[in-house]
Design a protein around this ligand. Structure first.
Ligand SMILES: Cc1cc2nc3c(=O)[nH]c(=O)nc-3n(C[C@H](O)[C@H](O)[C@H](O)COP(=O)(O)OP(=O)(O)OC[C@H]3O[C@@H](n4cnc5c(N)ncnc54)[C@H](O)[C@@H]3O)c2cc1C
Length: 308
């Protein structure tokens, strides 16, 4: 019986594990290694205390520190979660199960990449390792003064909102709407026009450029959009339904779980959430912070149970 089971070994889960292990809690992190730091993000510039850190190096350091403190880390894909405060169970795809008194979900969110001739994988050449960006809070400063195409992979409205927000960094913006959700309210269309942001509609046929340096997008109608930078407006997607399985209330966005307070506790006693799974911005430092606060609260909760 663990004091705390943590699903998700990204910055949120591993930061939480570090605090709990430091307080001598028996803590297990289960992770299936699909977070963005493993494969996608080459270099990060906004992690406090770690300038220009490589994504995989950050993962390695976080895990090593948590393990040195005494946390256990297992690689597995959790498919089922059940139980109640004092006795939760996690069941992995390979049949292994673990039990714990408390549970922290730090499973992150996935993003939609634009599809290129129906396939999203061509984006891997540029996402997180070049000039194809996804996260305004993390990456918008890279656009300063650059000709930029915003690619809407969800609604045109979402893409327009992103393009307007990015106009603080560059006044050379175009909006490419790749989906059928292509309508724009008159008021938004006017605001785009005011900022000289042209709206182009069409499906992507080809990405042109060497790894890390996307030079142009070729559309199915032959239109070629050249730019120095490309920004994806992408709805997030839940990585797992473990929160729903446990009865955790979901946020309006339905792929984020809803915390009951800033501490990351939920409507289900004994279950906490942290990192990108919370409906906040998606950032490593925020993931670490929300993982840490959840761990502090879990430790205090366990202490109260011990006193009882
Ligand atoms: C292209 C890109 C660029 C980014 N650039 C930056 C940047 O420059 N600066 C910055 O601060 N942030 C950046 N981010 C955001 C940052 O990566 C995230 O905010 C951060 O990784 C969130 O941490 P997390 O621990 O909440 O989730 P994640 O890092 O997503 O980790 C969650 C982990 O949970 C695991 N998991 C999920 N479900 C299960 C399950 N059922 N069983 C087992 N394991 C499971 C996943 O495999 C994953 O390893 C970027 C993101 C992307 C996609």
């Amino acid at each position: 019986m663990y004091d705390t089971l943590i699903v998700g070994g990204g910055p949120a889960g591993l930061s939480a594990a570090l605090h709990l292990a430091w307080h001598d809690r028996k803590v297990l992190v289960v992770d299936r290694r699909t977070g963005p730091l493993f494969f996608t993000i080459e270099e990060l510039f906004n992690v406090p205390g770690m300038p220009e850190v490589k994504g995989i190096e950050l993962q390695r350091r976080l895990r090593a520190q948590a393990e040195e403190m005494g946390a256990e880390v297992q690689i597995a894909d959790i498919q089922r979660a059940e139980g109640e405060a004092g006795d939760f169970a996690l069941h992995a795809a390979d049949g292994t199960s673990w039990r714990g008194k408390t549970l922290l979900l730090a499973t992150g969110v996935a993003r939609y990449h634009p599809t290129v001739d129906g396939d999203y994988r061509p984006c891997f050449k540029y996402a997180g390792k070049g000039n194809l960006y996804y996260c305004p809070d993390c990456e918008a400063p890279f656009l300063t003064g650059k000709s930029t195409v915003v690619i809407a992979t969800g609604s045109a409205r979402g893409g327009a909102g992103m393009a307007l927000g990015l106009s603080r960094y560059t006044d050379d913006l175009r909006l490419l709407v790749t989906t059928s959700d292509a309508e724009l309210d008159e008021s938004i269309a006017e605001r785009l026009e005011d900022k000289s942001i042209a709206v182009i509609r069409g499906a992507i046929k080809e990405l042109v450029g060497a790894t890390g340096n996307l030079e142009a997008i070729v559309l199915e109608d032959g239109n070629r959009l050249e730019a120095e930078a490309f920004f994806v407006s992408s709805p997030a997607l839940g990585r797992t339904d473990l929160a729903q399985q446990l009865g955790v209330e979901m946020a309006a966005t339905d792929h984020h779980a809803q915390p009951r307070s800033q501490r990351g506790d939920t409507n289900v006693p004994g279950v906490w959430i942290a990192g990108d799974l919370r409906p906040m911005t998606q950032q490593v430092a925020v993931a670490m912070g929300t993982g840490n606060i959840a761990a502090v609260m879990i430790d205090q909760y366990l202490r109260k149970q011990d006193v009882k």
